[in-house]
Design a protein around this ligand. Sequence first.
Ligand code: FE2
Length: 379
Amino acid sequence: MTQDVLTAPLVTPETAEKDFFPIRGIDHIEFVVGNAKQSAHFYRSAMGFKLTGYAGLETGLRDRASYVLEQGKVRLILTTPLIPDHPYQEHLRMHGDGVKDISFEVDDVERAYRETTKRGAIGVQEPTEITDENGTYFTAAIKTYGDTLHSFVNRKNYRGFAPGFRPITKEDTIARPTGLAAVDHIVGNVGWNQMNDWVKWYEEVMGFHLFVSFDDKDISTEYSALMSKVVASGSEKIKFPINEPATGKKKSQIEEYIEWYKGPGVQHIAMATGNILETVTKLSDQGVEFLRVPSSYYRELQDRVGVIKEPIDELERLGILVDSDDDGYMLQIFTKPVEDRPTLFFEIIQRRGARSFGKGNFKALFESIEREQDLRGNL
Ligand code: FE2
């Protein structure tokens, strides 16, 4: 693929009009975790999120506990099932801690559910209207890859996060903000030869369009390879890269993920910051672990990406990567997996014009991932 194709999104006026229902944005991302109380501590004290809501025994729930965490426009929900026969127990048993639901904010939940299921989505929760003392809340959900869901939410006439949740308005003294501002993209890993089916699913069911694609020549090292296509919503506010493994001499990082997650699922969540130097300094100081590339990467950097505002020695100290395209450049860095299974991790990204995904970094980055895979005995 040429650089031109990479940076020119494959969107036309016709594709933009294919929105079957308007999506306002990602409402929240819900994780199923083994111990939400302790996970919430990590997201607050290390990642910088503020606790804004809670649901559990104290709010009248008997089967689960959930924590609402917010930073900028990013909203995460951590949920732990409290009883053996809660449906989330199976998710936990199979996948370990991981993403259960990428939830969309929509104006019309009924329509979102009707349009997507009409086009082939499997419904898991029929449109539901809940009215309590805080107003009326609408929700529904469909299945996407693996055991992951897309729920639809409308809380325009609801005060607070959702029924059953208690808002927390007092200052969070544990939270140490790091400047994370919004979700940039969320990546899904799917199995061998499944990528095109899921791209088609997002096109046909959700009205998304193909934004950019990478083949195994773009994304391969001496040992392993993967393929990736990025789908975007009509407005391009939401971007979902979808990866599948490709054949290499050794095991692809996507295969490692699928082996340990026991199927397809969310691989990483990229969160945008307006100042990556500050954000990564804080995250590192607070104990978040990042992947490193060799220092030779920084000696070749200037020639590859041209003039950038950030001092290269600072970038090297923090391990931040840089890539450029026709529209500008972007800075990015990846955490190590944030649970014991080598599954979900985070990306921190700052865009200075560039709309691409760091193709120029793939090789250095994947070699770094492979060193970690090797340490785990999974290469
Ligand atoms: Fe990414």
